[in-house]
Ligand binder design. Structure first.
Ligand code: ARG
Ligand code: ZN
Length: 469
């Protein structure tokens, strides 16, 4: 949506009598209200997210009944208008809103596919904060994505879990579901006594009433919406501290303590410490991980502060590579989130490189050897790392060739400058959103006089095998 701003200079013009104009908010211009766009404008996924506002925080108070699969509760969303807004969309899939208020006043809402269209009683002025409260309920279901697999809320025998990329959050709360709009996240989840609830960030108070327990979690650093997670069920939770921060690891209660998954996740602190020597200080206030045993979860996801791991990662024994990968994302992908999905190599190339670093630290293979093995066996050079296509965001061109791109960059600029770049990139863009263009500029600055353009052209955008760096 485009807001047309009319400077009303001095301002006693007749426009002020518009019925839409909020009387309490003095302004030196006449507002021009228009609807927020139904998408955030991502070229790969145009319908994801919405325009016209920027969320600051989500505060969810929910109840889940495992017997019926029903989720119900209230989402309180604090946001700021980025244009004069007559109405705006939230993403909400398969769930029904029963009552919506904006700044305490009743608002009109209407479901349109997987969007909730909210029309406040009065227009919302650009740059002003507002609060939306949505009361909603339903039986959540995951979102299908033919090319990328399903994501979102999955019901299980004893509970549920919510995990997915590039979409997930809209299956369990009303949200601006695109990583460009990061926000803080608070969850109070009420479940029957005897079940555990894991989510992002720091644990808060736990209370009981009439056979139900409310668990609270809060993530205070800005978070992309697909990084929100919850796992409800019978889990064995290990609570500790690491570096003075809560370290919370959970595995299915039925999993033996000596299971390779439990042993791998027990090394989360150790892996974090190593990665901090490479990438700079760990960016969040909590850490940990959750193992979910469910056939539908055949991947791991770097959900903020608390990655979720499908248990198949550990079928062949202890696997700390996947732990290094998901923890690497806490810097690259989470603290530094994408502005658009096309640039996902900034997440996956770096996380794969984190695996290489960890393997070297473990004495298994040097980074040069990992590069070599990957370079030798890599087959399809026709798909550019920096432009993998919407169906290709999880392809080897993104993960493996992304990590090879970083190694080629390291060879071009030298070990010392490259090691510095990894840290300054993470420090300067902490809690932000990043693009490939910004990374290229940061690399060029770190490289001094060496022209990196040929490296980026060949490794990110070329369609043939680049020479060995
Ligand atoms: N970002 C995840 C990882 O690095 C991969 C998620 C794959 N998602 C999917 N829908 N298959 O491990
Ligand atoms: Zn990854």
């Amino acid at each position: 949506g485009i807001a047309i701003v009319i400077a009303a200079g001095g301002c006693t013009s007749g426009r002020n009598s518009s019925a839409d104009r909020p009387s309490a908010q003095a302004s030196s211009r006449a507002p021009s209200f228009s609807p927020g766009a139904p998408g955030a404008g991502d070229p790969y996924f145009p319908t994801y997210g919405n325009g016209g506002y920027d969320v600051g925080g989500y505060d969810l108070a929910l109840r889940f009944d495992p017997g019926t699969g029903r989720l119900s509760g209230t989402a309180t969303i604090t946001a700021t208008a980025t244009q004069d807004l007559s109405r705006f969309n939230l993403d909400l899939a398969h769930l029904t809103a029963s009552e919506v208020t904006v700044d305490g006043r009743g608002a009109t809402s209407q479901a349109e596919g997987n969007e909730l269209v909210v029309t406040p009683a009065v227009g919302l002025l650009k740059d002003r904060p507002f609060t939306v409260v949505v009361r909603y309920a339903g039986v959540p279901q995951p979102l299908a994505n033919e090319a990328l697999g399903e994501g979102g809320w999955f019901r299980t025998a004893d509970g549920a879990f919510a995990v997915g990329q590039p979409e997930s959050a809209s299956t369990w709360f009303p949200v601006n579901d695109h990583p460009s709009d990061k926000a803080t996240f608070k969850l109070a989840m009420t479940v029957p006594d005897g079940l555990e609830v894991l989510s992002n960030g720091v644990p808060g108070r736990r209370t009981n009433a009439a056979g139900w327990t409310t668990w609270t979690w809060s993530e205070g650093a800005p978070m992309a919406s697909y990084l929100a997670t919850v796992a409800i069920g019978q889990y064995r939770i290990t609570t500790g501290t690491h570096d003075g921060k809560p370290m919370i690891v959970a595995v299915p209660a039925s999993m033996p303590a000596g299971d390779p998954a439990a042993k791998s996740l027990a090394r989360t602190g150790e892996v974090t410490d190593f990665l901090a020597t490479q990438f700079g200080p760990y960016p969040f206030d909590a850490n940990g991980g959750v193992v979910v045993a469910d056939d539908r979860l055949d991947f791991a996801l770097e959900t903020q502060t608390r990655p979720v791991y499908g248990d198949t990662w550990f079928d062949d024994g202890e696997n700390t590579s996947v732990v290094a990968h998901e923890l690497g994302h806490q810097w690259y992908g989470n603290s530094l989130a994408l502005e658009r999905w096309q640039d996902i190599w900034l997440n996956e190339g770096f996380a794969t490189y984190a695996e290489w670093l960890w393997r070297e630290h473990e004495g298994q293979a040097t980074v040069a050897e990992s590069f070599d093995r990957t370079y030798t066996k890599f087959k399809d050079w026709s798909q550019p790392t920096g432009k993998p296509g919407p169906d290709g965001i999880f392809d080897a061109a993104v993960y493996e060739r992304g990590a090879m791109t970083l190694y080629a960059l390291r060879r071009a600029m030298g070990d010392t400058a490259f090691a510095g770049l990894l840290k300054t990139w993470a420090a300067q863009q902490r809690d932000g959103n990043v693009t490939t263009t910004e990374f290229i500029a940061a690399a060029q600055q770190a490289a001094g006089g060496t022209d990196l353009d040929p490296v980026f052209q060949a490794w990110l955008f070329g369609t043939t095998k680049p020479p060995r760096p």
